[in-house]
Design a binder for this molecule. Structure first.
Ligand SMILES: [Fe+2]
Length: 262
């Protein structure tokens, strides 16, 4: 894993994290842009969760503020972590309904999207849906499964997470809507994922998802669309494990992106 130029900020003795003013301004800029774009693009469950969280628009919230809403809603809490954590730690946290949040924010030159998840991605992108019971339960099941999984199986599980929690779309009567936090925290991809004719939007099939390679540094060429958040809820450990075994036999799909120059 490559190094990072970001350092997560630590709280003072009262548990408060003091971000410099220019970092609050980046949060504000990002929130303003997303509030223009998302009302007609994000799924209703996300918009409901966003309202419930009541995130401040002009400053980065403290993690406690999030927990005061999340914990009574679905038993989830956010937990402060350094910028990069191991897969072991990541799965272990999810299995205990703890969502990792690195307390740094992207710099102005990486406003659109950055590969490392920052506080805007984790809180604005992911936390609203963690107020939704089906989604909250699925995320915990996923964590439990990942914690026990072999290194090889974790690569397949990472594809499932990527194509759902990070870059998933939801079919509604009004057309496709976004529920993936990777899209919801990226101003450019929020528009691209729904409006562009470049990406493929495929109906969600667990086996297909597990066989789909991805790159983390480009706009996604493939999105998977679920019919209901309950679809995720219905993915139990046994069927995921079974499908991983099948995906291993069948192999990966041909990538729909150019291979990285090495
Ligand atoms: Fe994420």
């Amino acid at each position: 894993m490559k190094g990072t130029r970001y350092v997560a900020r630590k709280p003072d003795s009262d548990g408060t994290i003091h971000y410099p003013e220019e970092e609050h301004e980046i949060w504000q800029l990002l929130v303003e842009r997303q509030l223009e774009v998302l009302p007609s693009r994000a799924c209703q469950e996300y918009l409901d969760g966003l309202k419930q969280l009541g995130l401040p628009e002009d400053r980065i919230p403290q993690l406690d503020e999030i927990n005061q809403v999340l914990e009574p809603a679905t038993g989830w809490k956010v937990e402060r972590v350094p910028a990069l954590i191991s897969f072991d730690r990541f799965f272990e946290l999810l299995s205990r309904r703890r969502f990792p949040v690195a307390t740094f924010i992207r710099s102005i030159d990486e406003l659109e999207y950055l590969q490392e998840p920052d506080v805007f991605h984790e809180i604005f992108g992911h936390c609203p849906l963690l107020t939704n019971q089906a989604f909250a339960d699925f995320t915990q099941v996923y964590g439990e499964l990942g914690y026990k999984a072999s290194k090889e199986d974790r690569v397949f599980l990472a594809r499932l997470y990527w194509m759902t929690v990070e870059f998933g779309l939801l079919a509604t009567d009004d057309g496709s809507r976004i529920y993936g936090g990777g899209i919801l925290s990226s101003p450019g991809e929020s528009i691209f994922s729904l409006d562009s004719d470049q990406p493929e939007r495929r109906p969600f099939k667990l086996l297909d998802v597990l066989r789909t390679p991805y790159r983390i540094d480009i706009l996604q060429p493939v999105y998977y669309v679920i019919d209901d958040l309950e679809v995720l809820h219905s993915l139990d450990s046994a069927s995921i494990t079974e499908n991983i075994a099948r995906a291993k036999e069948l192999g990966l799909f041909e990538p729909r992106y150019p291979r990285k120059a090495s």
